[in-house]
Write a protein that binds this ligand. Structure first.
Ligand SMILES: [Zn+2]
Length: 145
């Protein structure tokens, strides 16, 4: 049988958790009658989380959700900042059938994908360091991977 875990809220403002069917009384003021059930969980870990969140002062809660919004906005703003799997893809796209990669082909693909950061030079630099490409001529690299 599944046990339900309750997020309870006391009239004094304190939130706390209890197992369904247990005699619950407020951990702050001891009140046991004027208690409302705010949420029900089947996972006690979820309940613990919810209790912690419910007891955060409102200012902190607002601050946290503001920070999350900021983070989301920043993520949107840095969409043309490529991650490593995108760079792998870009390198693959820039390499011709002979396995040759040039600075200008890399530049073209980056432009096509709308990526401004990192630059083609930076990408080549990292790929060279990782031993993925080897310089074979003037602004030409051979794909080794
Ligand atoms: Zn209370």
């Amino acid at each position: 049988m599944q046990t339900d875990w309750l997020l309870l809220r006391c009239v004094c403002g304190q939130s706390f958790g209890a197992r369904r069917g247990s005699k619950a009384s407020c951990i702050r003021c001891g009140e046991s009658k004027q208690i409302t059930t705010a949420a029900v969980f089947s996972d006690p870990n979820k309940l613990t989380e919810a209790v912690a969140k419910a007891n955060l002062p409102r200012e902190i809660r607002d601050e946290i959700s503001r920070k999350l919004d900021d983070k989301k906005r920043r993520q949107l703003k840095t969409r043309n900042h490529a991650n490593s799997s995108t760079i792998q893809f870009i390198l693959g796209q820039s390499t011709d059938e002979r396995g040759i990669l040039t600075l200008s082909s890399l530049h073209n693909i980056l432009q096509r994908e709308g990526i401004t950061d990192p630059s083609p030079e930076q990408i080549i630099g990292v790929a060279e360091l990782q031993g993925v490409v080897q310089r074979v001529g003037n602004e030409e690299w051979k794909w080794l991977a």
